[in-house]
Design a protein. Structure first.
Length: 388
């Protein structure tokens, strides 16, 4: 079975002149070690042909090395990089064996190039491989052992330094991408929160405004005073809706059960639905009230349920119960909203989906469906142990 080496993402390419200049200086510093082979060409006593061929070989080696070093900031095909390192190794070995020990320094460049251009899974082997090839070539070159001790450490440490730098930059890039992803997820979550809050707020308020507008229209022109009271209620609901929307956008609004119970009574009465609502508190609730997140989730559930009763059910009666219960999983608070309307199975939408998310965030649950042959029931539960 063949194995494939996945290409590794290299460092980020320089994006401005300063970064390009820093990279050029970093690459140019390593070229200082080429002074040994250049000096050997000039003062080594070689013949004209050897100098020409050696100069061409050195120029080709340097150009290929720079191509690898410069492309280290770009996606590089692994086979091309491997072939380049092999070519550099062969050229370095040939120059060393023909021109002498001063050329052994080229293997330092081979080690650095392999660390800069090859993936970590390969360079962890090619760097010591280039160092071993340096040692073997030094043994075959007259006097090579004298310079070996000075070249082994730069070859080994220089190659692994490039591996470390490459890994560090790659990790930095991944962290930046992860940070951008987290920011995007946070933005998406905030948009979802705003969409959910605006749906819950405006759905209830606009339904109430529509009902009161219809009532005011039917009362005119026979009962102008009663119609005026409905118009005043419309203005009040509209102003409150504007306040709620501003608070929801700001992220500071927290729905409360007493406020939603009062709003539910107003909406149901305006729709001509008899409202059977609980008293100010529920039996068995903690004396200091529910945790804020749990109360807010139940309050939003009550608002959505009453809005659906007003808009869709055609019910004559709506019953709301709120009570604490003891279960095997621990104490919980249960909110039940039922009506005697047309019933039917719930259609998934923004409302029920948003309620489910709110309740699950505090460890609660939501169930909604027909209540017997006629009517509909929404049941929301939150554990008393959920904290704010």
């Amino acid at each position: 079975m063949s194995t494939q080496v996945r290409p590794e993402r290299g460092p980020v390419r320089p994006e401005n002149r300063r970064q390009k200049a820093v990279k050029a200086v970093w690459i140019g510093l390593w070229l200082f070690y080429l002074s040994a082979p250049v000096g050997d060409l000039v003062h080594g006593g070689h013949g004209t042909v050897a100098r020409i061929l050696g100069g061409l070989g050195l120029a080709g080696f340097t150009a290929w090395y720079l191509a690898l070093a410069i492309r280290a900031g770009r996606p590089v095909a692994v086979p091309w990089a491997v072939c380049s390192v092999v070519l550099l190794s062969g050229l370095a070995g040939t120059l060393c064996l023909t021109l002498g020990r001063e050329w052994l320094v080229l293997f330092v460049y081979v080690s650095i190039a392999s660390g800069a251009a090859l993936p970590g899974k390969l360079s962890r082997w090619t760097v010591p491989g280039a160092t071993a090839l340096l040692a073997a070539t030094a043994g075959a070159v007259p006097g090579g052992g004298e310079d070996l001790a000075d070249l082994l450490i730069p070859a080994l440490m220089g190659g692994y330094a490039m591996v470390g730098v490459r890994a560090m930059i790659r990790t930095t890039v991944e962290l930046r991408e992860a940070r951008a992803t987290v920011a995007q997820l946070a933005a998406n979550e905030e948009r979802l929160r705003m969409a959910r809050d605006l749906h819950d707020l405006l759905g209830h308020s606009l339904s109430l405004i529509t009902l009161k507008s219809e009532l005011a229209g039917r009362m005119l022109p026979d009962h102008p005073e009663r119609a005026a009271r409905q118009v005043a209620d419309i203005e009040r609901v509209g102003r409150q809706a504007l306040v709620d929307v501003r608070e929801a956008v700001s992220g500071y609004r927290r729905a409360t059960l007493p406020g939603e119970l009062a709003g539910a009574k107003t909406a149901l009465t305006a729709a001509g639905v008899f409202a059977d609502l609980p008293a100010a508190g529920a039996d068995g609730l903690p004396p200091d009230g529910l945790p804020e997140d749990a109360e807010a989730a139940l309050a939003w559930s009550l608002r959505e349920a009453v809005t659906n009763v007003v808009r869709h059910s055609g019910a004559k009666r709506c019953t709301v119960t709120l009570e604490a219960q003891q279960t095997l999983a621990g104490p919980l608070v249960e909110l039940c909203v039922s009506d005697d309307g047309t019933g039917g199975h719930p259609v998934p939408g923004n409302g029920l989906t948003g309620l489910t998310e709110r309740l699950e965030a505090v460890g609660g649950s939501l169930s909604a469906g027909p209540a017997g042959k006629r009517g509909f029931r929404l049941l929301a539960r939150v554990p008393l142990g959920s904290g704010s």
